[in-house]
Design a protein around this ligand. Structure first.
Ligand code: IPM
Ligand code: MG
Length: 356
């Protein structure tokens, strides 16, 4: 029987409560599909600052590297707002992505049928099978570039750098094209090539990589237009590939089209088996500990882990089907509508387990 070693980075705010539900579902899937899981916890973010002084202790990196995969809750909160930038909880998150070489972030935006009415976008615009895969570059660009403070015209000023190498663009483009080959064979590369030199290099490189994928249709879109097109006609997209910062912004937008940011899962991949799986939402410190957070994005992240890192396709599909079924009747407050039964975070986890 396969046994998988999973490192848990529960993090801050609602992180611990949503991860607890996700591992409950994973244990249930393990029982049903005949594999076992052993867990080890490690510190990341604000909780790590409190315990060790830094947001990403070396021990956390070592534990993650020694495991088959990593499940992450969320990091950050007002408590750590006055930490210097390089010691904020978010720096720990960027640090673990960098340390594990997780350059490809997959953020699927899929509409679950029963949730259509929870989307702020009109029914006929969403259609019945909106299914967008945002492929966000995760270890380069302006989030990892040099930055600093200086003085300009006697004024305090600050600067950040957006930079991409050809190799960085090539490898993320290949992830996008490979995914497109298993989907609808369409890739939209999003940039700001009318202004930014880094975007011009991005575009040239994507065009070159596309030659290896003659079956895939490639188009290019400026990021401002893409933000508009996502709400005007989301059905036009299959795979979107873009830089770290543009992917960060566009994936929040795409999550709302799918009903709630509490629904969107993500996979961060390194090219090998090891991946890190996390909801795209934040730590929501305002609702932490109240048993009202939506654990579904984390539960769906576990499904992605089963698919992309652990080769347990059937278990992944079973979890996704269970979530869809539960949504026909039950809702956490963020996606609540009249006529449904309102449940808490823990109850939602129990319902998905029961459905499995
Ligand atoms: C995300 C988050 C992070 C990011 C923050 C918390 C650093 O917004 O995963 O999208 O920008 O990558
Ligand atoms: Mg974000």
């Amino acid at each position: 029987m396969n046994n998988y070693k999973i490192t848990l980075l529960k993090g801050d705010g609602i992180g611990p409560e949503i991860v607890d539900q996700a591992i409950k579902v994973l244990d249930k899937a393990a029982e049903k599909f005949n594999f076992t899981v052993t867990y080890d916890e490690a510190l990341l973010g604000g909780c790590a600052i409190d315990a060790t002084g830094v947001p990403l202790p070396a021990e956390t990196v070592a534990k993650c590297k020694a495991s088959d995969s990593v499940i992450l809750g969320a990091v950050g909160g007002p408590k750590w707002d006055d930490q210097p930038g390089s010691n904020r909880p978010e720096a720990g998150l960027l640090g673990i992505r960098g340390a594990l070489g997780l350059f490809a972030n997959l953020r699927p935006s899929v509409i679950f049928g029963p949730l259509k009415s929870a989307s702020p976008i009109k029914d006929d615009i969403i259609g019945d099978n909106m299914d967008i895969m945002i492929v966000r570059e995760l270890t380069g660009g302006i989030y990892f570039g040099e930055r600093g403070r200086k003085e300009v015209d006697g004024q305090p000023a600050a600067w950040d750098t957006e930079q991409y190498t050809v190799a960085e663009v090539e490898r993320i483009a290949r992830v996008a094209f490979d995914l497109a080959m298993k989907r609808d064979k369409r890739v939209t590369s999003v940039d700001k090539a009318n202004v930014l030199e880094s975007s011009r290099l991005w575009r040239e490189t994507v065009i070159r990589v596309a030659k290896d994928y003659p079956e895939v249709t490639l188009n290019h879109m400026y990021v401002d237009n893409c933000a508009m097109q996502l709400v005007r006609n989301p059905k036009q997209f299959d795979v979107i590939v873009t830089s770290n910062i543009f992917g960060d912004i566009l994936s929040d937008e795409a999550s709302m089209i799918a009903g709630s940011i509490g629904m969107l899962a993500s996979a961060s991949l390194s090219g090998g088996k090891l991946g890190l799986y996390e909801p795209i939402h934040g730590s929501a410190p305002d609702i932490a500990g109240q048993n009202i957070a939506n654990p579904l994005a984390t539960i769906l992240s576990v499904a992605m882990m089963l698919r992309y890192s652990l080769d347990q396709q059937a278990a992944a599909e079973a979890i996704e089907a269970a979530v869809a079924k539960v949504l026909e009747q039950y809702r956490t407050p963020d996606i609540y509508e009249d006529g449904f039964t309102k449940v808490g975070c823990k109850e939602m986890g129990d319902l998905v387990c029961a459905q499995l």
